[in-house]
Design a protein around this ligand. Structure first.
Ligand code: PLP
Length: 377
């Protein structure tokens, strides 16, 4: 008989979520309209200290609407982190625009500002114009060098979409991620730090943009008693039921961050003395929600490599996963322009995401760490 599975990152409900869902049932607000949606938007905006928020059906939908709001069209170039999940860049393809992938710097593993500036200059030289937008990702909760990236974007007057799908609650100098860019994106998919089962949000200081996002997300209905449309719309709104779950989850978000950070500290304490193992440190002023705990295994200095470790965990029914495969290595995105420095290729080869749920027990943590130690001693 196999052991009960330990998941990478599973949903972790608090105590209020079900009350909010029951309230939606009791009042019959079972649709993508309703009081929980409005309240969730307000509470999420408050948490992040930003003025405006639209609750949407997914983080991917939020990125798609952000691109439309910024006027990204066919054949426009959009700069994007290469080291990310495909949800970041699929919407560029939805717009028939061209992604231009930028590699990572080794400290935070996110978009390299030096490479970004070189790439913008090169695109201007090659195409005669600046890229239309930049999508910068904060992977695994670790903040990108967002202050440096914003300065470069301002210098070239290119708007920035911040993909904070994995980084809700992370900060740089006390300011929440998702609020540095012109538009910020969050995800509440089942594996994220908090979940609405599926959902996302778009935030901005620009009220008109967020109003536009709500309009586009509800099939772009013109103000008329009948159904009239002057633009192509989408069915991208969050449901009132899911927003109820989100309201409950927001109340425990800071606890979830604490638990995820404690997981990371434990892995680091137990494993960092082993040769060839390393962990990403927070630069000064950076605070990561440590959505996923990740370890780098340098096979030249360790008794094992990433894949043998992953398989050893898998044989004990413990879910671990390689880091994201860079977009410039993906069959579907490999044909697009990219600016590489080898950092994300190495991270993909050597990096492993370890079980990181805020509901991970001490017993589970101990069994994972013991198994890893066995592989290297
Ligand atoms: C999860 C995720 C998305 C997409 O969010 P969904 O809500 O799943 O559509 C986008 N970018 C990153 C980096 C993500 O991790």
């Amino acid at each position: 008989m196999s052991k009960p599975k330990i998941y990478l990152s599973s949903p972790h409900m608090g105590t209020k979520e079900f009350d909010y869902v029951k309230e939606a049932f009791d009042t019959n607000w079972i649709s993508p309209v309703g009081p929980h949606i409005t309240a969730f938007e307000k509470e999420l905006a408050q948490y992040n200290s930003i003025s405006h928020c639209a609750a949407l059906s997914s983080g991917t939908a939020a990125i798609h609407l952000a691109l439309i709001i910024l006027g990204v069209q066919q054949n426009d170039e959009v700069i994007c982190s290469s080291f990310t999940f495909s949800g970041t860049c699929n919407p560029i393809a939805y717009q028939k625009a061209i992604p231009v992938f930028i590699d990572s710097e080794p400290e935070t593993w996110n978009m390299d500002p030096v490479l970004l500036e070189q790439a913008i200059e090169d695109r201007i030289k090659k195409t005669g114009k600046a890229p239309k937008a930049i999508i910068v990702v904060h992977l695994y909760g670790m903040p990108a060098k967002i202050v440096e990236i914003m300065a470069i974007a301002r210098k070239f007057n290119i708007p920035v979409i911040e993909d904070a799908a994995e980084a809700l609650g992370s900060t740089v100098n006390g300011r929440k991620l998702g609020t540095f860019g012109d538009l910020g994106v969050y995800s509440f998919n089942g594996n994220k730090i908090i979940t609405t089962s599926g959902g996302g949000a778009l935030v901005s200081e620009n009220e008109a943009w967020i109003a536009k996002a709500r309009f586009l997300a509800t099939q772009a209905r013109d103000p008329a008693p009948h159904y009239q449309h002057s633009e192509i719309g989408f069915n991208y709104r969050l449901s009132n039921i899911c927003a109820g779950i989100g309201r409950g989850q927001l109340q425990v978000l800071d606890e979830r961050i604490k638990a995820r950070r404690a997981n990371f500290s434990q892995y680091q304490n137990y494993l960092s003395d082993y040769k060839g193992f390393s962990f990403a440190k927070e630069p000064i002023g950076y605070f990561s929600n440590r959505w996923l705990s990740t370890i780098i295994i340098d096979p030249k200095h360790s008794k094992c490599d990433r894949e043998t470790l992953r398989l050893a965990l898998d044989s004990e029914n413990i879910e671990a996963r390689p880091l994201w495969k860079p977009m410039h290595q993906q069959p579907v995105f490999g044909c697009y322009p990219n600016y590489q420095n080898g950092v994300s290729d190495r991270l993909f080869d050597q990096g492993l995401c370890l079980p990181s749920g805020s509901n991970l027990t001490h017993v589970e943590m101990t069994s994972i760490v013991d198994l890893i130690k066995q592989q290297v001693s």
